[in-house]
Ligand binder design. Structure first.
Ligand SMILES: [Zn+2]
Ligand SMILES: [Zn+2]
Ligand SMILES: [Zn+2]
Length: 326
């Protein structure tokens, strides 16, 4: 069982998971994957026995296309609520209960988000919705974070394309901050207003259609950062229609493909932000893409102020130019 500890200086929670250091590649040097042989890959077809039974399988043509598995080294585990205890006069902790799932979104060992076909992109988003619906129904899960880490440098420990779903018994600080920003913004929905403003100038629009807009955010803290925003306003990802999800899946594929063509096969993190499950205030779900092109150094760690050397207008230009090369 992992342990949550409250950082009293920031008010944010930290998870201590000693078991995760036992993972095969936890501290391996970040130079490619040590073992990239599909024969030894726990997520490849034929090796299903090497993982715990799937929690969910998408099977459309006689063989599985997508599998959701319990994480063998869970950072969050168990169905207890978020019980906070004092540990002496200052320290505050809680059990790291919750859910940690692996989301194997393709059969092909050497695929990645940027090369999904339309069906794979559709399945990805619809299966994600199905997991969010399951998590939402559990009384101890207050928020679900879905992520994809692409590349060793971005934290991926197994090369086979996969994401992760973490069902948390608390609302994390990043999402609390965003909730407060939505509540503070006086001009309607913060993200609906943002996409209308971006579409009216076009300077930072990477791609758009009737269902979804991809922008290089005005406030990008890191080079080639992108934000994918569905145009139909929904608080929760799981409330979006099939049409919206299909369009977002393709936009995620296209955005990562543009990144690949503009700057090469760089590592990146994808983070899905949806309103906490019981939240009914202002929010608008969206996806962040954070390319791993720079290292956070002392100034960024010390202040939380990012220094971005590529203006988002320039990044959007380069990303759009990369489309026409396709
Ligand atoms: Zn594989
Ligand atoms: Zn909105
Ligand atoms: Zn966000």
């Amino acid at each position: 069982m992992s342990q949550m500890r409250l950082n009293q200086l920031t008010g944010r929670w930290v998870t201590i998971v000693a078991e995760r250091a036992k993972r095969p590649t936890a501290f391996a040097p970040r130079i490619g994957f040590e073992d990239n042989d599909p024969a030894n890959c726990p997520f490849c077809p034929g090796n299903e026995e090497s993982t715990p039974p799937a929690l969910e399988t998408v099977n459309e043509g006689g063989e599985w296309e997508l599998r959701v598995l319990p994480n063998l080294y869970p950072a969050f585990e168990g169905d207890g609520g978020f019980a906070v205890h004092h540990d002496g006069p200052v320290h505050v902790m809680a059990e790291g209960t919750g859910i940690h799932e692996v989301f194997v979104y393709a059969r092909e060992h050497d695929l990645s988000l940027d090369r999904l076909d339309d069906d794979q992109a559709r399945r990805f988003m619809r299966a994600l919705r199905s997991r969010f619906v399951d998590h939402e129904a559990l009384p101890n899960i207050r928020y679900t974070q879905a992520i994809v880490n692409h590349g060793r440098e971005a934290g991926a420990s197994i090369p086979h394309p996969h994401g992760q779903l973490l069902g948390l018994p608390f609302v994390p600080g990043e999402v609390l901050d965003e909730e407060r920003a939505f509540a503070r913004f006086a001009g309607g929905c913060l993200l609906c207003t943002t996409i209308e403003a971006e579409l009216s100038t076009g300077d930072r629009v990477v791609a758009s259609n009737d269902d979804v807009v991809v922008i290089a955010p005005y406030w990008s803290g890191t080079p080639y950062e992108m934000l994918i925003v569905p145009r139909h306003h929904e608080l929760h990802l799981q409330d979006s229609s099939d049409d919206t999800l299909d369009a977002v899946g393709k936009a995620l594929r296209d955005a990562t493909a543009m990144l690949n063509r503009a700057v090469g096969d760089v590592a990146y993190n994808v983070g899905f932000h949806t309103a906490p499950h019981a939240h009914t205030g202002e929010y608008h779900w969206h996806i962040h893409i954070w390319p791993n092109l720079v290292t956070q150094a002392g100034f960024e760690r010390g202040t939380g102020v990012m220094i971005n050397i590529v203006p988002p207008e320039q990044a959007a230009d380069a990303l759009r130019a990369a489309t026409s090369l396709a």
